[in-house]
Write a protein that binds this ligand. Sequence first.
Ligand code: ZN
Length: 212
Amino acid sequence: MADPIRRLVQELARLPGIGEKTATRLAFHLIRTNRQQIRDLAQALVDATDKIRLCSVCMNMTEADPCGMCTDPRRDGDTICVVATPSDLIAIDRGGHFRGRYHVLHGLLSPLEGIGPDDIRLAELVRRLGAAPGDDAGRPSGAGAQIGPVREVIIATSPSVDGEATAMYIARTIKPLGVQVSRIATGLPVGGELEYSDQATIARAMAGRATM
Ligand SMILES: [Zn+2]
């Protein structure tokens, strides 16, 4: 295999869900595609990664800060659903059963992989609840975001070992702030990923949540 193609295969194979075989197939498809289409693809990649950032309130990916969900007045600002990833947020929101706001952690605590509380967006959640120690401002500065007192935080991390450990840690951290903390019911298969769960399962897990 020529070196440029080998490099392309290597880069493609780094993407989630793409193995060596698929990467090779994609690479050979791409080098046969017309030049303009390839330039458009490359430009779309650059634009998406340049323009998308994290919402300063909920940490979800957005073009506008604060994001549309944080500024939507129809969403109930007193309930926050905490998820591990933006895809989990999409999975939960798709069903339309939950009309509160979200907080994206961008990961789960994992002592085995050396991922600690400072490696996920937990401090931002604490700050959002208005009680970061030594932080007088308390509230995020995002203009236009509908931020009221938060009554309940629903932790919707997966029922895997890391997901449970993360939920426990968050509950311990934010309960002293006077907020009700609940955990989605374990209607999800153990270790199952939220993003692959069907809507009925997610709705059941949300409805059956229990106070931690
Ligand atoms: Zn937001």
